[in-house]
Write a protein of this length. Structure first.
Ligand code: HPA
Ligand code: ZN
Length: 341
């Protein structure tokens, strides 16, 4: 595929996003506006200084800045505006469906009530259906650096809003916080009717992926790029068609890979794994899905068929009903026919 015309092709391609932290979509401009409105003092004096500080050497160095950014979010309206800004961008990139993480503990730990967070996010997601034609699901993540008890309390606080939340997940500092810490919380979440996903194999070893599958019954693995270190694990992921929500620009920014040229996305695809491309924390990592796909295409020589497969996988790996998945895949196929050659 020639570089010419690639950007509009990738941008307009119908796709789903399955790995985006809503707090990670907080662009510096909105962060500044909210901080000013809420009189929250910031360490960085300008938007430019803030952006310049987005240099990370591992996951933790990012998380420190990410949690600092959340301090600007206080009211239901703040969470609405945060989510709405993401949805506007998603619409521009023809994201047809988004499964969005939120980190309630990043807010309740600061004294912001659970219901303030979820009401603001939910209202934006509802309004996006008629406004942008974007469907969505919410995934509530537990912060793995906090205790299992704290996760259990968060799960309990979520129950009155169960109908607004499709799944639970696990994020934050991976190393030293293996899946087994949250076995009981996830069992309780499944019993309450939640689906389950987990970040695993981003910085952590393949063993964390096995445990996310076997102990937490994760239906998707977020990141999972370290699976290649374990051939038996790869075999299982292929055989059971367990999706990996891969985030290429994130992996480079957090030094999981030295450069995009070193990323294993193309290898994962060629092995027949159900991989998808996602943005993770786009305000911090330099791009949304289009930028991730474009940069990956250029660095790894992805073919037109690879890009189609990634988009198709994004619908198949979603928590939409088979009917809704098929409708979106049909839309994707019509798009491909209209952009043949
Ligand atoms: N990994 C773990 N936790 C996170 C991430 C991530 O990429 N983004 C936001 N919280
Ligand atoms: Zn993530």
């Amino acid at each position: 595929m020639t570089a010419h015309g690639l950007e509009p092709f990738i941008r307009d391609l119908p796709k789903a996003e399955l790995h985006v932290h809503i707090e990670g979509t907080l662009e510096p401009e909105l962060l500044y506006e909210l901080a000013r409105r809420n009189r929250v003092p910031l360490r960085f004096r300008t938007v430019e200084a803030l952006r310049a500080a987005y240099q990370f050497h591992n996951l933790q160095s990012f998380l420190d800045i990410y949690y600092e950014g959340t301090r600007a979010l206080l009211s239901e309206q703040d969470f609405f505006e945060l989510t709405w800004a993401y949805l506007e961008r998603a619409a521009q990139q023809n994201i047809r469906h988004a499964e969005i993480f939120f980190d309630p503990q990043a807010h309740t730990e600061r004294g912001v009530p659970f219901n303030t967070v979820i009401r603001g996010i939910h209202r934006a997601l509802e309004e996006a259906i008629p406004r942008f034609g974007i469907s969505s699901k919410l995934i509530m993540c537990f912060l793995r650096h906090l205790s299992a008890d704290a996760a259990m309390r968060t799960l309990e606080a979520s129950l009155p809003f169960k109908d607004w939340i499709a799944a639970v997940g696990l994020d934050s500092s991976e190393l030293g916080h293996p899946p087994e810490k949250f076995v009981e919380v996830f069992a309780r979440a499944r019993a309450a009717g939640y689906l389950t996903v987990a970040h695993a194999g981003e910085e952590g070893p393949p063993d964390y992926i096995w445990k996310a599958l076997d102990l937490l019954k994760a239906l998707r693995i977020d990141h999972g790029v370290r699976c290649l270190e374990d051939p038996a694990l790869v075999q299982r992921l292929v055989r059971e068609r367990i999706p990996l929500t891969v985030c290429p620009l994130s992996n480079v920014k957090l030094c999981v890979f030295k450069s995009l040229e070193d990323h294993n996305l193309k290898t994962l695809l060629d092995l027949g794994l159900c991989v998808t491309v996602n943005s993770d924390d786009p305000a911090y990592f330099g791009g949304y899905i289009t930028e991730n796909l474009l940069a990956s295409q250029q660095a790894l020589g992805l073919t037109r068929h690879d890009i189609y497969t990634l988009a198709r996988n994004s619908f198949e790996a979603s928590f939409l009903s088979i009917d809704k998945q098929q409708r979106l895949i049909d839309e994707l196929d019509r798009f491909m026919d209209a952009h043949a050659g």
